[in-house]
Design a protein around this ligand. Structure first.
Ligand SMILES: Cc1cc2nc3c(=O)[nH]c(=O)nc-3n(C[C@H](O)[C@H](O)[C@H](O)COP(=O)(O)O)c2cc1C
Length: 162
């Protein structure tokens, strides 16, 4: 059976992570962006990866809702959960714990804190003003952790064993 990555992304970072992960698998991986697509039926998938990004302390509501409504089904799958974010250390872990339920976190075989990007070119003036005020950011920053993505991909797609 195949794999699916269900994700949402405001400025493309969580999407970049989804594409990088999908390219790691030998088998076909479906990508479903809940911003534009309906949630898929999970029956056909043995592996499900959920990805989101944090903005103002929260992940995308549609991802949260999907996880709540499908928790019972997700715990029958080989499950991976990841987050794009810019806070580091304990704050990043706290955000991950708030994003995904204890049940899902306990069941997941792969959990990823992938870091992220401040891409000023994709932000509204309001967002630029917010991150300048909150974090003093006036230039684009790229901190997507490709090693963490690779490590996550190896676990979720069993690549160490192939
Ligand atoms: C307006 C705004 C608010 C943000 N708030 C947070 C936050 O509360 N915590 C955090 O870790 N990162 C925060 N970030 C950083 C994003 O998580 C980071 O830019 C991430 O790469 C976005 O991924 P996306 O492009 O897939 O949405 C924020 C970024 C913006 C632009």
């Amino acid at each position: 059976m195949s794999a699916v990555i269900i994700y949402m992304s405001l400025h493309g970072c969580a999407e970049k992570a989804a594409i990088l992960l999908s390219e790691m698998s030998w088998k076909k991986v479906d990508l479903v962006n809940l911003k534009f697509q309906d949630p898929p039926r999970l029956d056909n998938y043995s592996t499900v990866i959920i990805g989101a990004s944090v903005h103002m302390g929260s992940i995308q509501g549609k991802i949260r809702k999907f996880c709540q409504e499908h928790e019972w089904e997700l715990i029958t799958k080989r499950l991976g959960l990841y987050l794009c974010h810019m806070f580091e250390g304990e704050s990043a872990t706290r955000q991950f714990n708030e994003a995904y339920s204890e049940t899902l976190r306990a069941h997941a075989v792969a959990k990823g804190l992938f870091g992220g990007e401040f891409n000023l070119g994709k932000m509204s003036s309001y967002e630029k003003m917010l991150i300048e005020k909150a974090a003093g950011i006036t230039q684009s920053v790229e901190k997507l952790n490709t090693r963490a993505i690779e490590g996550f991909g190896k676990i979720i797609f069993h690549l160490d064993k192939s």
